[in-house]
Design a protein around this ligand. Structure first.
Ligand code: FE
Length: 350
């Protein structure tokens, strides 16, 4: 377990005047707005600084509210929130994967919020049924393939990758990755444990190499011809294609046939910290993150899909076409995560 980071020096203050842009002049037509608003919000987030900083800067520009943030991996941030309890300076928690969000809610670190704005902006299956967190971006975990060595008409479903025709041709990231735990957890919720275990065993039998440390390694292996097919989040492929548009790797949308459950999607999302002393301001910030400006920045920067269906997706990912997503509530991923980990272990998936 990682030690808690207790130094407040890691809190990076982000006043508008400290960004590279010159400070915006205060809007003289709204002299009292700033007085009523809080001066500062504190965000704990496991998202990359590179991704969230432009968003937070934009919020400061628009509202005058300073956003101070602390970045770390999700588990130590949750440990920290737990340890700080009612003394926490944090107002908002932002992380990736419904498995982590579910965990935060389950540890009673978040508070339920009533928000007509969030209910309108974020589809039901992408939010906590008890409104303790809301998805802000959608991450599709799909099949990727070399279209020459594994043509699209030879692909159909995640389950079919367990078939003998894929022997020695599949690359997967390790089962330790929460993304794979969530994928398998939602499969268990739909297919049941027995069928899911059969599928996972089939995948393991078909591996071209030992499971890989990250999604990028899977993409590289397919590009290099070490395997023909894999399962990754699409934004990693988007980034790789931004570097090299000729990469012989593309997206396949599985489980699209009638009655099929659709592409496995997960979210990044946010919730109001249970012991925030300014929950209204924290909620207003999350509402802003679910709207136009922020959704486009989020999706554009990281090539994820906006969680708000009213917002257009980035051009690069538009080229992969539309897909039907699995509508199972993503919180299932958290609820069944421990079972999924055990199942993968039984199936020999390392
Ligand atoms: Fe990721």
């Amino acid at each position: 377990m990682r030690p808690l980071l207790l130094s407040s020096a890691v809190l990076v203050a982000l006043a508008a005047c400290s960004s590279q842009e010159p400070a915006m002049p205060t809007d003289a037509s709204a002299p009292d707005a700033a007085a009523a608003a809080p001066a500062e919000l504190v965000v704990y987030t496991s998202r990359n600084e590179q991704l969230v900083k432009p968003l937070f800067d934009r919020y400061t520009e628009e509202t005058g509210i300073k956003v101070t943030y602390l970045t770390d991996k999700a588990p130590p941030l949750m440990e920290r929130l737990k340890a700080e309890g009612s003394r926490t300076p944090a107002d908002v928690f932002i992380t990736v994967d419904a498995g982590n969000l579910w965990q935060a809610a389950n540890l009673d670190l978040l508070q339920p919020i009533e928000s007509p704005v969030l209910e309108a902006n974020i589809p039901d299956n992408l939010q906590d049924p008890d409104n303790r967190w809301f998805g802000l971006s959608v991450r599709a975990r799909t099949i990727i393939h070399n279209p020459t060595r594994a043509p699209a008409d030879t692909l159909s479903t995640y389950e079919a990758l367990a078939g003998p025709e894929w022997k020695g041709r599949l690359c997967l990231r390790t089962s330790g990755a929460v993304y794979n735990q969530s994928l398998v957890a939602t499969m268990m919720a739909t297919l049941g444990a027995e069928e899911t275990e059969r599928v996972v065993r089939g995948w393991v039998d078909n591996l071209a190499t030992a499971p890989m440390a990250n999604d990028n390694a899977v993409i590289e292996a397919i590009a290099a011809g070490r395997c023909d097919v894999g399962i990754t989040n699409t934004y990693y492929l988007g980034r790789a294609l931004k570097q090299d548009a000729e990469l012989p790797v593309t997206v396949f949308w599985p489980n699209q046939a009638d009655g099929g459950r659709g592409v496995h999607v997960n979210v990044s999302g946010a919730g109001v910290v249970k012991h925030s002393d300014q929950p209204d301001a924290a909620q207003a910030f999350i509402e802003w993150l679910s709207g136009g400006t922020a959704q486009e920045l989020f999706a554009g920067e990281n090539l994820e899909y906006p969680a708000n269906p009213g917002i257009p997706m980035a051009d690069l990912i538009k080229g992969w076409g539309e897909y039907r997503a699995d509508l199972i509530n993503v919180s299932q991923a958290g609820a069944m995560q421990a079972e999924a980990v055990k199942l993968m272990d039984r199936a020999g998936y390392r």
